[in-house]
Design a protein around this ligand. Structure first.
Ligand SMILES: N[C@H](CCC[C@H](N)C(=O)O)C(=O)O
Length: 280
């Protein structure tokens, strides 16, 4: 079984082309759990399966988190998969990717830089405070696409200096907050300059911080734009693994287009030989 390992700003993925491998869909959760384990196998935040299109796109993308759960979408994953699609001749410089959350269009800017148009927000609750251990945190809740990928946006002062373990525990509690029916990816953020944000995301399905989260940055910049705190133009979001740029087109208070731009890295291309892997 051939695979590529890629990352987008440090959010890393294993990619398998199922138009070549012909694996049964039922094995994908186990495949993700096995291959994404960082000590026992290749290691990644998620597994992406490329498959034949069903709705007129260039191809279809299925995204599985490292715990085997299906994610509706993945912004950094979609940017990486666009490079995979381009370099494997599945699509041209502008491409249409079918995701579980709906169609995503991708644009090759240069060899490593890719921009995608993220799914439009389908739920935006700017005022969705959470109370954790008696402390109230201002929070927004957004979903991108349909069915929507859930995100909480939590402003957090002095984020870069925050105690890692305390932040992780808080992230976990908000991720499972009972008022978020699907759970949520939890994006802690702090404005660090004009149109510049620092962000750390505790991800559902990885159940820890990842180095970057593309849909998370899209939601952070959407919320901050609607609150009037950033312009929505070329907003720079810095995360552990690098920088992503987000553009938000507003029509009144409705988001019309949400773009995510950032780097991709092909780490290796290889063959899976994991002797512990069972496809049943
Ligand atoms: N890291 C991803 C999001 C993965 C979504 C996943 N954690 C879920 O909630 O299913 C991104 O770049 O947008």
């Amino acid at each position: 079984m051939r695979f590529w390992k890629m990352n987008g700003a440090g959010n890393d993925f294993i990619i398998i082309n199922n138009m070549v491998e012909h694996l049964p869909e039922t094995c994908f959760p186990t495949l993700a759990r096995t291959l994404c384990e960082r000590h026992l196998s290749i290691g990644a935040d998620g597994l992406m399966i490329v498959d034949a299109p069903l709705q007129g796109g260039d191809y279809r993308m299925l995204f599985f988190n490292s715990d085997g759960s299906l994610g509706e979408m993945c912004g950094n994953g979609a940017r990486c998969i666009c490079r995979y699609g381009y370099e494997n001749g599945l699509a041209g410089e502008i491409q249409r990717v079918e995701t579980t959350a709906g169609l995503v269009t991708g644009h090759r800017i240069d060899q490593r830089l890719y921009r995608i148009r993220l799914n439009d927000p389908t739920t935006v609750r700017l005022d969705a405070p959470v109370v954790i251990d008696g402390v109230r945190y201002e929070c927004s809740y957004l979903e991108l696409g349909d069915p929507g990928l859930p995100h909480a946006v939590v402003p957090y002062p002095n984020l870069a200096q925050a105690d890692e373990n305390a932040l992780r525990e808080l992230g976990r509690k908000i991720r499972f907050y009972p008022e978020f029916p699907k759970g949520a990816n939890v994006n802690f953020c702090e404005l660090t300059g004009e149109d510049e944000v620092f962000e750390r995301t505790f991800e559902r399905g990885v159940e820890d911080f990842t180095y970057a989260c593309g849909t998370g940055t899209g939601c952070v910049v959407t919320a901050l734009t609607l609150m009037g705190k950033v312009s929505g133009r070329q907003v720079r979001v810095n995360m552990t693994g690098g920088q992503l740029i987000v553009d938000v087109d507003l029509q009144g208070s409705t988001v019309q287009n949400l773009y995510l731009t950032g780097p991709t890295n092909i780490v290796c291309k290889g063959e899976v030989t994991d002797e512990e892997l069972s496809l049943n």
